[in-house]
Design a protein around this ligand. Structure first.
Ligand code: ATP
Length: 664
């Protein structure tokens, strides 16, 4: 029982040393976590489970961590399950002798596919009792399924797993073992769908690892390192280890490298072994939105800062490793997206041109850039929509029609040295010194070090005239000018032209429902229910309905994409008003960028409910569709907190509220 507060990693575990960790132990841990919302307690329960795994069966720590995060590999390996609900139903139906229609009806009734599967399984007679599930076996089975590229194969395999050796088959057995069968079943089902809802944010998992590591010395042996430490000393140790683990994870987001080092050498050894490395994408620094030039100057008063054009394309983190001999290893260079996905095969043209960018002294580097569609003949930046017509994978350089110019704005690693702790001024100097600009191919982001409001305003207008989205304003010197990996930092402010038109920034929303179109829009969805993501409650909160900004063609393609995500009943983590219940519900998968006139309080919507008003949520007024954000996951949609901040920063609201609200 990992929720015991005086937990003993050996006596309280339900398995013995060197045995594979039963899946039931993980399922029970997640079940205990699901029942509570206090973050400290969540971390404690998870760390108790990790402690047992570290002491008894360390090789199962990696699969455990991955399953908690609902991941199978680092993001840049692009290994995802994402099996549609209908296929899961078919698979469970096949192995329990039910038709798809029966499965659908049952799912509709209970609203929970896990419960349906368990019920189907527990009433089915089997010839023999299958052995209990093991955590590593479930993980390997899921990985196996995800590795199949042909969808049909994937489905067939999922069904086979259901019928024979895989996770679902043994759920009833696991249930008999300790009442956790339903959980096991649900977990593996949710994992198959690629949407495990347990509220385990990455930061909680990292914190739990730190806490477990602080109580478990490397290499096993002594059982409880907390002995001899006062509570305050132990907390200080946890904090110190958490900082090391989190920083290491930012620079090297790969548990397959971090966990073995942690187990063998301890947390303190991580910075030495797991460093920023070309080939492993790091989580990018993000910017804070502002509402205008005034706000920029208020925030950066007394600080030297620079303004750069904010290009409207796709983030491209370019990695060039060092060759075995001298110089760079160009054939193994890669391009990663904002989400650490591997975009290398999308941009063969960028890779081909790399030699013209690197001066002869460069043997390895990581560059932060924006790839922008570009009209070479007219030397003109083209809108994002044009870039989005490029093939997303396996593009052949000879067939590429939309050319891109890469605007380089930062260098994070150069010739074997990480530069993330250097101030921007120094990084910019190194960038300009070591790399070439090639018109229409490689250009440095246009920049100007401004000091007055007039200068910033003028430069913003220049940027907009130059087909950019606005400006990025960045601090230049001192500690505040470091590259804040993975953070939406106050040291990078974005100043978009949108602020001239409304609320300062566009909003990224998750599409959770669709309304059938009428008249001209018959046959496609004509309107949609949009939600923001609330990390605190791990839920999607309805924000508004939308029906504007779509071309006929948009509606055709969006409908086609959304059809793949239709679910029978709304998820139990959707918050919405029944009055807005859509004709079709969608699993959280598609993220869209929208613009609105302003934000208002609404009794009918649930976004940011409780953050501003106990009974009313925030809603978008006059929302318009701008584009699909393929580079964002649903959890990266605009958060409930950001919605609340945007609501409060509106002039008309500010003038009414006298109470300062601080979300930091
Ligand atoms: P959005 O792109 O909608 O503004 P976001 O959440 O993707 O939101 P932000 O942190 O808000 O990212 O804005 C930073 C993004 O702007 C970067 O991810 C990058 O793709 C792009 N960008 C364009 N020009 C620059 C630049 N000069 N410096 C930094 N980022 C830039």
């Amino acid at each position: 029982d990992p929720s015991k507060s005086k937990y003993h990693p050996i006596n309280d575990a339900c398995w013995r040393a060197n045995q594979p960790v039963p899946y039931l132990a993980l399922a029970k841990t997640l079940e205990a976590i699901e029942a509570i919302s206090a973050r400290l307690k969540i971390v404690e329960i998870l760390s108790n489970y990790f402690r047992s795994v570290m002491v008894l069966t360390p090789e199962d720590l990696l699969p455990s961590v991955y399953l908690c995060l609902n991941q199978l590999a680092p993001a840049y390996h692009s290994l995802e399950l994402g099996i549609a609900e209908t296929y899961l139903m078919k698979a469970i139906g096949q192995c329990t002798g039910r038709t798809l229609a029966q499965m659908k009806a049952a799912a509709q009734k209970t609203g929970d596919l896990g419960a349906v599967a368990e019920q189907a399984r527990s009433t089915q007679r089997t010839m023999f009792t299958p052995p209990p599930l093991k955590t590593r076996a479930v993980f390997n089975a899921l990985k196996d399924i995800a590795s199949m590229t042909v969808p049909v194969l994937k489905r067939a395999r999922a069904a086979a797993h259901g019928a024979a050796a895989g996770p679902h088959a043994h759920a009833a057995q696991a249930h008999a073992e300790g009442g956790g069968g339903r959980r096991c079943q649900q977990r593996s089902l949710s994992s198959l769908e690629g949407k495990l809802r347990i509220g385990l944010a990455e930061q909680s998992v990292l914190q739990a690892l730190a806490q477990a590591a602080a109580a478990t010395p490397p290499g096993g042996g002594v059982l409880d390192a907390t002995k001899g430490l006062s509570a305050a000393e132990f907390k200080a140790k946890v904090d110190e280890q958490a900082l090391i683990i989190k920083t290491t994870y930012c620079e090297c987001p790969n548990y397959e490298l971090i966990i073995p080092v942690m187990l063998e050498h301890g947390v303190a050894a991580l910075p030495e072994h797991c460093k920023l490395t070309p080939g492993i994408p790091l989580k990018p620094m993000l910017a804070h939105p502002t509402k205008g030039v005034h706000e920029v100057l208020n925030r950066f008063e007394g600080t030297r800062f620079t303004c750069e054009y904010k290009y409207d394309g796709e983030r491209a983190q370019i990695h060039v490793p060092k060759a075995d001999g001298e110089g760079p290893d160009l054939p193994n260079a890669s391009v990663f997206s904002r989400n650490q996905e591997n975009n290398t095969s999308k941009y063969p043209d960028i890779l081909q041109r790399l030699p013209s960018l690197l001066k002869s002294e460069v043997s390895s580097c990581v560059l932060d850039c924006e790839a922008v569609a570009y009209d070479i003949a007219n030397k003109q930046i083209l809108p994002f929509q044009i870039l989005s017509t490029r093939k997303r994978k396996d593009a052949a350089a000879s067939e590429i029609k939309v050319q891109v110019c890469v605007f380089v704005f930062d260098v994070l690693y150069l010739n074997g040295r990480a530069l993330v702790r250097e101030p921007l001024e120094e990084r910019r100097r190194l960038l300009r010194e070591n790399f070439n600009e090639v018109e229409g191919s490689w250009q440095f982001a246009v920049a100007k070090d401004c000091s007055s409001m007039e200068e910033v305003q003028q430069f913003l207008e220049d940027a907009v005239r130059g087909s950019c989205e606005g400006l990025m304003v960045k601090t230049l010197e001192g500690e505040h000018a470091r590259y804040d990996i993975a953070r939406r930092s106050h040291n990078w402010l974005k100043l978009k032209k949108d602020y001239l038109e409304g609320v300062g920034d566009t909003i990224d929303v998750v599409v959770i429902g669709g309304y059938h179109g009428r008249g001209k829009r018959r046959g496609v969805y004509g309107g949609f229910l949009l939600a923001c993501y609330d990390a605190a409650g791990d839920e999607y909160q309805a924000l508004c309905k939308i029906g504007t900004g779509f071309s006929d063609e948009d509606l055709q393609t969006l409908t086609k994409t959304l059809e793949e995500h239709v679910i029978e009943t709304p998820r139990n983590y959707y918050r919405y008003d029944n009055a807005h219940a859509p004709d079709a519900w969608f699993a959280p998968a598609c993220v869209w960028e929208v613009r609105c006139a302003d934000l208002s309080l609404s009794p009918a919507h649930r976004a940011a409910l409780g953050l501003i008003d106990p009974e009313r949520g925030v809603s978008l007024r006059f929302p318009r569709f701008i584009r699909v954000r393929e580079d964002k996951t649903p959890e990266q949609a605009t958060s409930a907190q950001q919605i609340a901040e945007m609501y409060l920063s509106q002039d008309q609201v500010k003038n009414q509220t006298s109470k300062p609200v601080n979300f930091d």
